[in-house]
Design a protein around this ligand. Sequence first.
Ligand code: BTN
Length: 251
Amino acid sequence: MPIDLEAIRRLLPGRYIDWRPSLPSTMIEASRLSAAGCPHGAVVGADVQTAGVGRFGRRWHSEPESGIYMSVVLRLPFATETLPLVTLALGLAVTESIQKTTGVACDLRWPNDVLVGGKKCCGILAQWEPPAIIAGIGINVNHPSFPDDIRNLATSLRIASGRTHSREQIIVGLLPAIDTYCGILEAEGREPILRMFSKASSYVAGRRVAVDQGDSELRGVTDGLNSSGFLLLRDDHGKQHQIIAGGVREN
Ligand code: BTN
């Protein structure tokens, strides 16, 4: 079923929300909207994406009318260095709203994967497009299954819980949660976000992981986050590394 946009608008009056039956990627449309001067918090969503993008230029599987595919234009007074913290704040917002509206318990894998039962059910892509940040969020809500190439890595809230969930309710919980966590970052700085992310994520400390660095792979045990929001990793020789980007997986 297509999303019930009117139901969302009724519960979030005053919020600019543009929702299309189909888009190549909501990131492209949100960039356009941002360049045209849309307000802070404006949302572009689609019931299906024909060219959804993930991190590192990967494709984002966008099953029709089953997931939440949306981009939010954030106009916040943050310097470029704050972008990693915004990513963490977005992860906290997604986790909280999924847990509150569906009762499904989530984990966070640095920097921006939301996991359910060890598999990914949401990805976040934060793009710095001055003066805005475009926050792309993809949540696998009612996907019945996944293609072979990602079946072992991806899940949906439906697969994890054995029942379907209202995309509208998740969105109505998520947009105010994004405001809350970004507001905390703006008003109180990095420390509360670093603390809350570290508490909500089983990956931040004491977890044996491999980090894909493109041409090489780092292995070790996670050792917390630094003040920039980067992951610290202690390798088997005791040397500490700062992970700025890269795919983290359990090892
Ligand atoms: C990741 O690789 O984990 C990030 C995935 C981000 C996917 C979302 S879906 C909505 C928005 N539009 C896109 O094309 N990508 C993001």
